[in-house]
Design a protein around this ligand. Structure first.
Ligand code: ATP
Length: 509
């Protein structure tokens, strides 16, 4: 992946590369590609001086920051392995990942230092501008780090899955996989040097879906933010001339709420006709897609993928033969996961599970041969997602583990959530299976209402019954003030289910 920064340094040396959030501890302000490349070399020289060998793991736990971008290259481009850790995990979970990956160097964001004080490694370095000064200094002109012959099969990063289904597993991604995924991502989203990407997706998560590689290769600008706040995002879109954002549907929901607030107070919503937003991680409700296109005037691109696929598997971007379709029909088509990305083969097995093959599918879990063998049987990667093809377009029906089996019928929690999202009072919905003596399990909805709205459980159940088969409809609805999400904006349904299943086993469809 060192190719990417090398190219940016050669072709776009003075282009703005990365802009840190002002006032944040450890902020590096604005850096050009010349400066980022010099600092990445500086990091490699510092790791050489510390005696960190090729293949050693260097973990980083940090919200989005320019130091993170530098580490992608300062570590991996010189033969070491970056382990980007979810900064929202508890200290014991971070310790698990550091220990399991065998990381000898741990880079910690200053704001997380106290909370993660018990997480140790041979070298634990806080990125506060003082302790890490040697690691983030520009290499002196002419100084070259120890030679490493780039090897496509070498491990580039080990990314731990967020653990929405079980204990995190370390996904080994090779240089080849990261490289091909980045090229494919850049191709499908048409990234150029004119692009300004606002990092609304955590960089730790599957390497920011490859954007730190893809955008860098093309000389675009990375704008770094740490927290998801809809109005702050709109402000940055305006002031930084943002053209590209990525994130889970929860990010889109925050932006739409802020846009509505702006419209109500007569303030313009920026980026119309300029911005494209790439959405993945969870199924986006079609009502949300329609609002992105109409209310914001931004282009909506959906992708589907997994950490294990580096992550790109499908892309859904409006095609020329959809021109002229009614807005509702476009949103319906775009709400599907999409067609296979370049270089990806997909099929479903007899049970409806999506299987994938690609040169950017991972080569195994870090030190988990049993799990690796299960996931990569017969050369196909088992995604654990249930899917269905409609022509070339794949729809994700549900994670196999989240499918609700009620009275022998399979119910997609995603389909029920999509229905609930069409109710004007529903801000968030999570649908889970809870135990039921008669049906085995039954459909339950956990719902967060929009501020000031008043729909009750009975009304929401009736609303579903008006458009869905009876057995798919929730039999109970609980109104919640919030639904806990992961750092990438995902619901952890196993956690939502747990209180209802205490002491009972749940069969998985
Ligand atoms: P786990 O720890 O259970 O593997 P995770 O959330 O860490 O979970 P990721 O690789 O981050 O794993 O997420 C991949 C999953 O996200 C996919 O398997 C799929 O269920 C879901 N997903 C991603 N994109 C989409 C999409 N466009 N539509 C529907 N679901 C999606």
């Amino acid at each position: 992946v060192g190719d990417f920064l090398e190219r940016a340094e050669t072709v776009y040396a003075e282009n703005p590369a990365v802009v840190d959030e002002p006032g944040v501890p450890g902020s590096l302000g604005r850096l050009t590609y010349r400066e980022v490349a010099a600092r990445a070399r500086g990091m490699a020289l510092a790791l050489d001086a510390m005696g960190v060998p090729a293949g050693a793991r260097v973990a980083i736990v940090s919200p989005n920051a320019s130091r993170f971008l530098i580490a992608f290259y300062g570590v991996s481009a010189y033969g070491r392995v970056l382990v980007p850790v979810n900064y929202r995990l508890r200290a014991e979970e971070v310790s698990y990942i550091v220990e399991h990956s065998g990381a000898t160097v741990l880079l910690v964001d200053p704001e997380l230092d106290a909370a993660l004080s018990e997480v140790t490694a041979k070298e634990r370095i806080v990125m506060n501008g003082v302790d890490d000064a040697a690691l983030f200094a520009e290499a002196p002109p002419g100084a070259e780090p120890r030679a490493w012959t780039p090897d496509e099969d070498a491990v580039c990063t080990v990314n731990y899955t967020s653990g929405t289904t079980a204990r995190p597993k370390g996904v080994r991604l090779t240089h080849r996989g990261c490289w091909l995924n980045a090229v494919s991502f850049g191709w499908h989203t048409t990234i150029t040097d004119r692009d300004v990407l606002l990092h609304t997706l955590p960089m730790f998560h599957v390497n920011g879906w490859g954007t730190p590689y893809a955008l860098t290769a093309m000389g675009g600008t990375h704008i770094v933010i740490r927290k998801i706040d809809g109005e702050d995002i709109l402000r940055r879109v305006e002031t930084e001339g943002v053209t590209l954002l990525c994130g889970a549907p929860a990010v889109v929901a925050a932006i739409l709420d802020a846009a509505t607030a702006r419209t109500e107070t007569g303030r313009p919503v920026p980026g119309r006709g300029r911005v494209r937003i790439v959405v993945a991680g969870a199924p986006p409700p079609s009502a949300v897609i329609a609002r992105v296109e109409e209310q914001l005037g931004w282009e909506f691109i959906q992708i589907y993928g997994l950490t294990e696929a580096s992550p790109l598997l499908t892309v859904n971007r409006a095609r020329s033969d959809w021109d002229g379709l009614a807005a509702g029909e476009r949103a319906r088509l775009l709400s599907q996961a999409g067609a296979p990305a370049v270089g990806v083969r997909l099929r479903t097995d007899a049970g409806g599970e999506v299987l994938a093959r690609s040169n950017h599918v991972f080569d195994g879990y870090w030190q988990q041969p049993r799990e690796t063998a299960e996931a990569l049987a017969d050369g196909w990667f088992r995604t654990g997602d249930g899917g269905r093809f409609d022509g070339p377009l794949l729809s994700i029906i549900d994670r196999k583990k989240d499918v609700i089996i009620t009275g022998g019928e399979n119910v997609s929690s995603i389909e029920v959530e999509d229905c609930l999202y069409r109710h004007p009072d529903v801000a968030e919905a999570a649908v889970i299976g809870v135990p039921d003596d008669k049906w085995g399990e039954t459909v339950k909805a956990l719902v967060v209402l929009r501020p000031g709205s008043s729909a009750g459980p009975a009304e929401l159940i009736e609303f579903c019954r008006a458009s869905m088969t009876h057995y798919k409809c929730p039999t109970s609805v609980e109104i919640r003030s919030e639904l806990e999400r992961t750092a990438t904006g995902k619901l952890q349904k196993f956690k939502l289910r747990a209180p209802y299943w205490q002491g009972r086993d749940r069969e998985v469809g």
